[in-house]
Design a protein around this ligand. Structure first.
Ligand SMILES: Cc1cc2nc3c(=O)[nH]c(=O)nc-3n(C[C@H](O)[C@H](O)[C@H](O)COP(=O)(O)OP(=O)(O)OC[C@H]3O[C@@H](n4cnc5c(N)ncnc54)[C@H](O)[C@@H]3O)c2cc1C
Length: 584
């Protein structure tokens, strides 16, 4: 057994390099990377990757694309990491851990981010080849290999993940079935009407759904590799089986080291994400807060931030619970569930709207006085999801009777809803990004969704908020564009003055350069702004620097930036011929 001594900084060991363990490391490094030595262990063969987007692996998103952490990134941040090495014991007295490969490391603070494992019911015959679970990239590789030698696939479990897995199996070319124990699909999120409609829609896609089926054994099949026998005497033949029957918190390590564990599993934590041992935090899907496990990434990220704030004493963050709204990502069927979808809040009221022609179902749950939206169910059309989620998350008082929410809206109303959203309203739950953070980034030049994603992280988790991010972007750009007053734009025939490289739908900017004297800073600035907004520059016959090709929505930002460095522009020029030619 080797003993590794770490340096004199506070020694932090993070057990598990999944999405939440990695987020913790990222946040700790951002908060303070001078006072901590960070080491992380994963029993997987890869550093953290985007598990939420796992299924996109089947549509060509490679393991590299899904990676959240890289060796280079960790090396640069001095984060020590060990892959394929399970932490098997914690000595809480000595404050050290032991790993499967024989390492012993001491810690000052230990962070358990061990996630969940897929629950596989004790069905006789489950331990055979081509029978899988759906949790890791390795699982998906194994399913892909099995499908190459198979014709029929069955997913056991008709929840959110089961349907995602069914979609994957269908896309791999197998005849696909979903077997569900409960009387309806997505029983956690949907009510009976929603579940019934979902079943019809999934059937129409060519996936057969079998509800109220309890698999009693898996034996050798006659026409396929296996035969699944059900408790009611019926059976189904299949070549591949994927269990997606729920997840359980991975609390084995915490349990055997004597930490307090919930009655039904999960490492008990307080509001600071501390376990019953004040040197050990637990975050993510392994943690049990207020008797609740959160099987989504956003609450895990919040826990990671809370643990970092407690550890660094930066701000006294507390975990206060989390929203469990979700959308089905794939399968060509739109399904969404927001907040209290089942109307469990005392005295809440619900309204529903079924359009049997379009095949859509919408239900809203509102407070007793009808003033607040508490939850919703959407099947067949989730276009309202991004409008309603902020109403629930931000407890916004409804300005109209709640049933108006169910009346189909014109598109133009969307932007006014966005405008009504308070600045501190949360838009991206995964990365806790508010409307004001997005607006600020847009003002600073992030003028498309990709740029917003890269500077705020919004929409890079589960991706469910991208429509809302897009609406905020459009609404902010509209406001910015409106700030260019019409008398700042002059229309003249381009041919007289511009190079052929100017696009007729764009604008021409000419900075004022008094006496043709220009500072190096202004020259560099013009070059940078031209690169950023993909503009063409030229020295004109009049010894001016002309900037060509600016889009209308970029003008206010360009103008502001020019003003910031002391460069003036008199007006923006638009091609008059273009207007005329359109009129023809
Ligand atoms: C297919 C799929 C789709 C999903 N879609 C969504 C979605 O749309 N929205 C959403 O919010 N969430 C979704 N989720 C859930 C989301 O992925 C999880 O909430 C998130 O990954 C939890 O992160 P975690 O770090 O707590 O756990 P994990 O990501 O499970 O990471 C834990 C890591 O710790 C490792 N580990 C465990 N014990 C040890 C040990 N003793 N020593 C070393 N390593 C150990 C595990 O192997 C694992 O790598 C989805 C999950 C799956 C599988």
């Amino acid at each position: 057994m080797s003993y590794i001594a770490l340096g004199s900084k506070q020694k932090i060991i993070v057990v598990g390099n999944g999405m939440v363990g990695h987020h913790f490391i990222d946040q700790l490094n951002k908060a303070n990377n001078n006072d901590f030595d960070i080491t992380t262990f994963s029993d997987e063969s890869r550093l953290a990757y985007n598990r939420v987007m796992l299924t996109s692996y089947f549509t060509g998103n490679s393991a590299n694309n899904l990676a959240l952490a890289t060796s280079q990134g960790y090396d640069d941040q001095d984060v020590e990491y060990f892959l394929n090495d399970e932490v098997i014991a914690i000595d809480r007295e000595q404050k050290n851990i032991n790993t499967a490969s024989g390492k012993t490391l001491s810690y000052d603070k230990l962070v358990l981010a061990t996630g969940s494992f897929p629950f596989v019911p004790p069905v006789p015959g489950k331990e055979q080849d081509h029978i899988h679970v759906y949790r890791t990239l390795n699982d998906l590789e194994a399913i892909e290999n099995s499908s190459k030698k198979s014709k029929v696939g069955v997913v056991i479990g008709g929840g959110l993940l089961g349907l995602e897995a069914a979609n994957a199996i269908k896309e791999l070319g197998l005849e696909t079935h979903v077997v569900e124990f409960a009387p309806r699909l997505m029983a956690v999120q949907l009510d009976q009407d929603g579940g019934d409609l979902l079943r019809e829609k999934i059937f129409a896609l060519g996936v057969t759904v079998h509800t109220e089926k309890n698999t009693s054994e898996i034996i050798k099949g006659e026409n396929c590799r296996y035969r699944m026998n059900f408790a009611d005497g019926s059976f189904l033949e299949t070549d591949v089986i994927v269990f997606s029957a729920g997840i359980r918190p991975q609390d084995a390590l915490a349990r055997q080291s004597g930490l307090v564990i919930g009655e039904r599993g999960g490492i008990v934590i307080d509001d600071h994400c501390l376990t019953s041992d004040k040197s050990i935090y637990a975050i993510g899907e392994c943690a049990l807060w207020d008797n609740k496990i959160f099987g989504l990434v956003a609450p895990g990220y919040t826990m990671a931030k809370v643990a970092v704030s407690h550890l660094t004493n930066t701000e006294p963050g507390k975990f206060t619970g989390a929203d469990m709204s979700t959308k089905l990502k794939l399968l060509g069927v739109e399904v969404g569930s927001i907040g209290d979808a089942h109307g469990n809040t005392p005295h809440s009221q619900s309204y529903s709207f079924i359009d049997s022609v379009l095949g859509t179902y919408k239900k809203i749950v509102v407070s007793a006085d009808g003033k607040m939206l508490l939850g919703a169910v959407l099947v067949g059309d989730t276009s309202d999801y991004s409008q309603w989620l902020p109403l629930v998350l931000n407890k916004i008082i409804l300005t109209e009777p709640p049933e108006y929410l169910l009346i189909p809206k014109q598109d133009s109303e969307n932007s006014s809803n966005i405008a009504a959203l308070p600045d501190n309203a949360q838009v991206c739950a995964c990365y806790d990004v508010s409307k004001s953070v997005l607006s600020e980034a847009i003002k600073n030049g992030a003028n498309d969704v990709a740029a917003l994603q890269s500077c705020t992280s919004a929409g890079t988790g589960c991706g469910g908020c991208i429509p809302l991010v897009t609406q905020v972007l459009e609404s902010e750009l509209e406001k910015i564009t409106a700030n260019v007053s019409s008398n700042e734009i002059i229309e003249e025939p381009f041919e007289n003055i511009l190079s052929e490289r100017a696009d007729k739908n764009t604008y021409f900017i000419f900075p004022r350069i008094p006496g043709s004297n220009i500072t190096p800073e202004h020259l560099i600035f013009i070059g940078e702004i031209a690169k950023k907004y993909n503009l063409h520059t030229q020295i004109s016959g009049a010894q001016r620097i002309d900037i060509l090709g600016a889009r209308l929505e970029h003008l206010p930002m360009i103008k502001k930036r020019m003003a910031d460095v002391g460069l003036e522009t008199e007006h923006f020029l638009k091609d008059r011929l273009n207007k005329n030619s359109k009129e023809k």
